[in-house]
Design a protein around this ligand. Structure first.
Ligand SMILES: *[C@@H]1O[C@H](CO)[C@@H](O)[C@H](O)[C@H]1NC(C)=O
Ligand SMILES: *[C@@H]1O[C@H](CO)[C@@H](O)[C@H](O)[C@H]1NC(C)=O
Ligand SMILES: *[C@@H]1O[C@H](CO)[C@@H](O)[C@H](O)[C@H]1NC(C)=O
Ligand SMILES: *[C@@H]1O[C@H](CO)[C@@H](O)[C@H](O)[C@H]1NC(C)=O
Ligand SMILES: *[C@@H]1O[C@H](CO)[C@@H](O)[C@H](O)[C@H]1NC(C)=O
Length: 342
C-alpha cells in the first residue's frame, strides 16, 4: 500500500470515528403524538410531555430523547406553513432536553400518512412531505444534537409490495433538509412494517442503502437506519409480558449493517410491561446487546415516558414524578450511557 493511500485510509478511519455519534440511550417522551392514529388521522387531544423528565432521566445517564408529534400539529394544512404557536410549545421540550446535553430525535409520528392516505402513493406528494422537513430543518439547522426522525412506522398494504415508492420520499425529505441548511444533523431513515428491525435487512433496507446525502457526497455516515422492535409475542408493544430478548433479530440486523460497509442504526422504540419480571430480564438483555454492538447499534430510546401516566402498560414515567418505574430501574438504567449531566 502506498504511503498516500495509507494516510488516506487512516484519515478516513479518523474521520469516520469522529463523525460517529456517541453511544446514546434514553426514552421517548410521548404526548404531541397522542393526536394521531396508525392511519395518519389526527383526532384526539394532545398533551405536552412534562419538562421535569429530561433532567430526571439525564441525571441517571440518559442522553437521548425522542419527542414524537403529529404532522397535523406541525402544519395544520398539508404542505402549508408551520404552526409557530404549536412549535414554540414543542420547542420547550426540545430545549429542555438539549439543556441536559442530550441528543433529541424530532419524530413525525404519522405512519407515512396524512388522514389515511400514504405519501407518494395517493396521499401527500413528496413535495408536501419534504416541505414539512424543509421548514423544521431551517428551524433547527444550528443545533447539532437534533436527530431528524423522518417518519414513524411506515406500514401496510398497498404500501407493500410497492415499496419502491417509499425510498424516493426519504430521498426527497433528505434533500430538502440539507437544502434548508441543516447539514450537520444525523437523519434516521425508517423502513417498512412499522419500522420493524426484523424486516429492515430484507424488505426496505436494501433500497435505503442507496439513499444519498447531499451534505456529504460519497458518504452516508450521517444517514442512520431507524428500527423498532418490541418484546411481546406479536411485536406489537401492546402486551405486558415479554417473550424474547430480540437478540436473534438484532444480530441479523448488525450482521447486515456490517456487511454493507459498516452502516449504523438506532433502536428508537422498544419496551415492555412497566412492572413485569419477564420484561426486566428480556428488555435488560436486549439493551445490553444494543450497548455491546455500538457503534453499529448507536443506541436506543425506550417506549415511553412523557405524558403517559403510570397506568399505561408500557409506561416508563416515574411514579409520583420521583421514583423510577421498576422496568426502568432494572432493565433500562443499567444500560444507559454514563451520566454526563450532573
Ligand atoms: C396552532 O397551535 C395552537 C397551539 O397548539 C393551537 O391552539 C391552534 O389552534 C393551532 N392553529 C391551527 C390553525 O391549527
Ligand atoms: C412486512 O409486511 C408485509 C405486509 O404489509 C408482510 O407481507 C411481510 O411479511 C412483512 N415482512 C416482514 C419481514 O415482517
Ligand atoms: C443501488 O445502487 C447500485 C449502484 O448504483 C445498483 O447497482 C443497485 O441496483 C441499487 N440497488 C437498488 C435496490 O436500487
Ligand atoms: C410491582 O408488582 C408487584 C407484584 O406483581 C407488586 O407487589 C409491586 O407493588 C409492584 N411495584 C410497583 C412499583 O408497581
Ligand atoms: C437472549 O436470549 C437467548 C435465548 O434465551 C440467550 O441465548 C441469549 O444469551 C440472550 N441474550 C443476551 C444478550 O443476554
Amino acid at each position: 500500500m502506498k504511503v498516500a493511500s495509507v494516510a488516506a485510509t487512516i484519515f478516513g478511519l479518523v474521520a469516520s470515528v469522529l463523525a460517529t455519534p456517541p453511544r446514546l440511550g434514553g426514552v421517548n417522551t410521548a404526548g404531541y403524538d397522542f393526536t394521531v392514529s396508525t392511519d395518519g388521522y389526527d383526532t384526539l387531544p394532545y398533551a405536552q410531555p412534562p419538562l421535569y423528565q429530561y433532567p430526571y432521566f439525564s441525571l441517571e445517564g440518559a442522553n437521548l430523547y425522542r419527542i414524537p408529534f403529529a404532522w397535523q400539529l406541525a402544519t395544520p394544512t398539508l404542505g402549508g406553513p408551520l404552526n409557530m404557536t404549536w412549535l414554540a410549545e414543542y420547542d420547550q421540550n426540545v430545549q429542555a432536553a438539549l439543556a441536559t446535553y442530550a441528543f433529541v430525535i424530532v419524530d413525525v409520528h404519522n405512519y407515512a400518512r396524512w388522514n389515511g392516505e400514504i405519501i407518494n402513493q395517493g396521499g401527500p406528494t413528496i413535495e408536501q412531505y419534504a416541505s414539512l422537513w424543509s421548514q423544521l430543518a431551517a428551524y433547527y439547522k444550528d443545533e447539532d444534537r437534533i436527530i431528524i426522525g423522518l417518519m414513524n412506522e411506515p406500514h401496510g398494504t398497498p404500501y407493500l409490495p410497492d415499496n419502491t415508492l417509499w425510498p424516493p420520499a426519504v430521498q426527497g425529505a433528505i434533500n430538502a433538509i440539507r437544502a434548508a441548511g441543516a447539514t450537520t444533523q444525523y437523519i434516521l431513515m425508517p423502513g417498512s412494517n412499522y419500522t420493524s428491525a426484523a424486516a429492515m435487512p430484507t424488505v426496505m433496507g436494501p433500497l435505503l442503502l442507496n439513499i444519498t446525502d447531499p451534505a456529504t457526497p460519497g458518504s452516508t455516515e450521517f444517514l442512520l437506519f431507524d428500527v423498532h422492535q418490541y418484546l411481546d409475542y406479536d411485536n406489537s408493544g401492546t402486551h405486558t409480558t415479554c417473550v424474547t430478548n430480540n437478540t436473534e433479530i438484532l444480530s441479523t440486523l448488525v450482521t447486515w449493517l456490517k456487511a454493507n460497509g459498516g452502516r449504523q442504526a438506532i433502536l428508537s422504540e422498544t419496551g415492555g410491561g412497566r412492572n413485569d419480571s419477564t420484561c426486566y430480564t428480556n428488555l435488560g438483555e436486549e439493551l445490553a446487546f444494543v450497548k455491546d454492538n455500538y457503534p453499529y447499534m448507536v443506541g436506543f430510546s425506550t417506549w415511553a415516558a412523557g405524558a403517559f401516566d403510570t397506568t399505561y402498560i408500557l409506561s416508563m414515567t416515574p411514579t409520583n414524578g420521583n421514583t423510577d418505574a421498576p422496568l426502568w430501574e432494572y432493565a433500562v438504567r443499567p444500560n444507559l450511557p454514563a451520566p454526563t449531566y450532573t
